[in-house]
Design a binder for this molecule. Structure first.
Ligand code: PA5
Ligand code: NI
Length: 185
C-alpha cells in the first residue's frame, strides 16, 4: 500500500494542516497570574490573542510509547515589562522530555530545574531545544513578529499546570533597558 501523509507541516508559518488537528488558543483573559504586573495585565483587553497551539495526536493522550507533534504561534506583545509568554508547565509524568524547534521569530525558552534554578535559551529560526524531564518550561516572545515553534513530546507526558501556577518560576524574562534579560526572583 502506498499512501500520502494526511498531516503536513508548513515550514514558513509553522502551521500544521490536515485531518483531526486539535487547536486551542489562549487570550490575555485566560492568563491570569502568569505575569508579575497584575495592573498592566488588567489594563489589556481580555480578548487579545496571546498564543495558539495546534497538536497532532496520532494515539490517545496517556498512551505509553507514542509521540505527539505540536505547533505554537505566540504573538508579540508585552504585559508591563514582561513579554507575551506561555503559561508554562511540567509534565504530569514528570520524567518525560520534549523537543522544541524554532521556525521563525525571536524567543526565550525559560527552563527551571527541579531545584528551582531558572535558565534561558534564546530561540532563533532553526534552533533546537531539548527539555529534559523534571524541567518546567515556558516560552516568551522577545521579538516584534510572531514566534513560531514546533514541539515533539511523549503521548503519556501530560501537562501539569498546577505546580507552576502555585509556585511559579524562580526567574522571569523582562525588558530591562530595552533588552530581554533573565531576572531571578
Ligand atoms: O507541549 C508543549 O510543551 C507545548 O506544545 C506547549 O504546550 C505550548 O507551547 C503551550 O504552552 P503551555 O502548554 O505552557 O500553555
Ligand atoms: Ni511540555
Amino acid at each position: 500500500m502506498i499512501q500520502t501523509s494526511k498531516i503536513t507541516q508548513h515550514f514558513t508559518t509553522g502551521e500544521l494542516a490536515g485531518q483531526s488537528i486539535l487547536e486551542s488558543r489562549k487570550t490575555i483573559g485566560d492568563l491570569e497570574g502568569v505575569f508579575r504586573d497584575r495592573a498592566a495585565w488588567e489594563r489589556l483587553d481580555p480578548s487579545t490573542l496571546v498564543y495558539r497551539v495546534q497538536a497532532h495526536q496520532p494515539v490517545a493522550e496517556g498512551v505509553e510509547g507514542g509521540l505527539f507533534w505540536g505547533a505554537t504561534i505566540l504573538e508579540p506583545g508585552s504585559v508591563g515589562d514582561e513579554f507575551f509568554q506561555t503559561r508554562g508547565h511540567l509534565h504530569s509524568r514528570a520524567n518525560r522530555a520534549e523537543f522544541y524547534v524554532t521556525v521563525a521569530g525571536l524567543g526565550a525558552l525559560i527552563l527551571m530545574s527541579p531545584d528551582r534554578v531558572t535558565s534561558v535559551e534564546w530561540m532563533t529560526a532553526g534552533s533546537i531545544h531539548y527539555i529534559p524531564g523534571f524541567t518546567a518550561h515556558r516560552v516568551a516572545n522577545i521579538g516584534t513578529e510572531p514566534l513560531r515553534m514546533l514541539a515533539c513530546w511523549p503521548s503519556d507526558a501530560g501537562h501539569d499546570y498546577e505546580t507552576i501556577s502555585r509556585f511559579g518560576f524562580s526567574g522571569r524574562v523582562r525588558r530591562i533597558d530595552g533588552q530581554a534579560s533573565l531576572i531571578l526572583e
